[in-house]
Design a protein around this ligand. Structure first.
Ligand code: GMT
Length: 378
């Protein structure tokens, strides 16, 4: 099949998922066209079946806000027509679903052909940004106009029905991870650099937005650090990073907290880590937690949103109510002090991650695409 994938190219989970999906589909022989404003971060190297179409957004002195959505829709029209795409898969509703709707109408008017649009809802496009009155009517309309809608968790499906007037069936296709890639042996030299005295290694990775509750991460680590020798790796960047750095200094933890910035080789960093902290206010799914589990890292998280669908309380890690810093600290300390229990939880985390392995999930997307394929034999 010839598939157009529209996504954010940044380190966010939706862009990562969309890129990994496209790469896996290309491996299986499909022709994949990424349409976005920048080369997706996980799209590296050359692949004969992958094409990248950059959306250029011309500026003009009149535009305080250059109209990205129009440029995106126009680029989609161009790619659909010139590469004869079978369908468009839009990841993250805003503004991708409405831009895809516009592109579809233009192609229909020009050629009479109705190009199927599949929209995958990822999280904040529904629970945060999409619900804002400023966007809600367009989001509702464009979701309803999609030929097919998928959500990355049961929780996100429920949230979507709760907050939007959606007339169609939403199919849940959980996010996935390439377990083979993440299930790496720790590089002992790297562990030695991070934790020279064999301290426990705690990790957090995100885009450092308010919703991630970075202050909770720092408070939990402060408690862990007071209980046992440990190091914290902070991976990623974003608006809350200055707060995290301030708290590190305030708590006198400068020697034991390392800010690594944005990283592409997460599997190597996760491989040396013991516990992944994700105390988020909300996660539709928590792809970063699943990647950690695939690297046999135990997850201590909140129980918000879809996190319970992957992190099984008392088995692969622990989940606690949002803001329960004491509970999360207690659980982490107990685990980190008990070598046998930690080992069991690590094995459980890997076992659970295997249920979400890329090889189980990709066929679900392919089956969905086939329903809309023009010839039926693609
Ligand atoms: O978490 C973010 O702020 C990034 C956001 C995105 O769209 O890039 O992540 C959302 O989509 C991910 C992939 O489906 C999910 O794993 C994240 O849980 C979800 N984030 C939220 O719901 C806050």
């Amino acid at each position: 099949m010839k598939i157009g994938i529209v996504c954010y190219p940044t380190f966010g989970g939706s862009g990562v998922l969309a890129t990994e999906l496209g790469k896996a589909l290309a491996e299986k022989g499909h022709e994949i066209h990424f349409i976005t404003y920048q080369q997706p971060v996980r799209l590296n190297g050359f692949h004969a079946n992958i094409f990248y179409h950059e959306v250029r957004v011309p500026t003009y002195p009149l535009f305080d806000f250059p109209p990205y959505e129009l440029a995106l829709a126009s680029t989609m029209v161009d790619v659909i027509l010139n590469h004869d795409l079978d369908l468009i898969h839009a990841h993250y509703a805003i503004p991708h679903a409405s831009a895809a709707y516009t592109a579809k109408q233009i192609v229909k008017q020009k050629t009479g052909r109705s190009v199927p649009v599949i929209t995958t809802l990822h999280g904040t496009d529904i629970t945060l940004v999409g619900r804002d009155k400023t966007y809600e009517p367009v989001v509702t309309f464009s979701i309803n106009e999609s030929d097919s809608i998928t959500a990355v968790s049961e929780n996100l499906k429920e949230e979507t029905y709760k907050h939007f007037d959606i007339k169609k069936e939403i199919e849940v296709i959980h996010n996935f991870v390439d377990v083979h890639r993440y299930n790496k042996k720790p590089v002992s030299a790297f562990r030695q650099v991070i934790a020279p005295n064999n301290e426990r290694i705690i990790i957090h990775a995100s885009n450092f937005r308010k919703i991630k509750r970075i202050d909770n991460v720092m408070d939990i680590f402060k408690n862990i650090h007071a209980a046992l020798p440990s190091k914290l790796l902070m991976v990623g960047d974003g608006p809350e990073r200055p707060l995290a750095e301030d708290l590190t200094r305030q708590y006198g933890l400068e020697a034991d907290v390392r800010f690594l910035g944005k990283q592409e080789q997460m599997e190597e960093i996760l491989a040396v880590s013991d516990v992944f902290l994700l105390p988020s206010e909300y996660e539709s799914f928590g792809l970063a937690a699943l990647e950690a589990m695939a690297a046999s890292t135990v997850v201590i998280s909140s129980d918000a949103g879809g996190l319970n669908e992957i992190n099984i309380n008392g088995v692969t890690g622990y989940t606690s109510p949002v803001g329960d810093v004491e509970g999360m600290s207690k659980n982490a300390i107990e685990l980190l002090k008990d070598e046998t229990k930690l080992k069991t939880f690590k094995q459980n985390a890997l076992k659970e991650a295997k249920l979400f392995d890329i090889h189980h999930i990709i066929p679900k997307y392919e089956a969905l695409y086939r329903k809309y394929c023009r010839t039926g034999d693609c």
